[in-house]
Design a binder for this molecule. Structure first.
Ligand SMILES: Nc1ncnc2c1ncn2[C@@H]1O[C@H](COP(=O)(O)OS(=O)(=O)O)[C@@H](OP(=O)(O)O)[C@H]1O
Length: 96
């Protein structure tokens, strides 16, 4: 929800481009471990308007602040999509 809201706000209210900065993901690859998620991420990253997070954030960001999660993201320009993949999301339990 936060990611979609940020994208919508960025596109609807800004009439000038911001300098590159770290944005929350516009899309997240959940997948399953050993399901080929890295290959999918690398293929999508071939598109010039897609930038991927270099490292998996795993489950740690649930225990940290949103600012920390954003700090793990790549620099993107206006109109580029931030993409993140963490197969571990697939296995979240209610106790995590
Ligand atoms: N197209 C296609 N067909 C068959 N197998 C494929 C394909 N793409 C990726 N792979 C294999 O998927 C394994 C990596 O999956 P993930 O990127 O999801 O790994 S991880 O869970 O994030 O660690 C990894 O297998 P292992 O080498 O056994 O680890 C990749 O070789």
């Amino acid at each position: 929800f936060v990611c979609l809201k940020e994208l919508r706000t960025r596109h609807s209210t800004l009439s000038f481009p911001l300098p590159p900065h770290q944005r929350l993901p516009g899309a997240i690859i959940i997948g399953v471990r050993k399901g080929g998620t890295r290959a999918l991420l690398e293929m999508l990253n071939l598109h010039p308007d897609v930038e991927m997070a270099k490292a998996e954030v795993n489950l740690e960001h649930y225990r940290r602040r949103l600012d920390w999660y954003r700090s793990q993201m790549p620099l993107t320009s206006s109109g580029q999509l931030t993409l993140e993949k963490t197969p571990g999301y697939f296995a979240i339990t209610s106790g995590s």
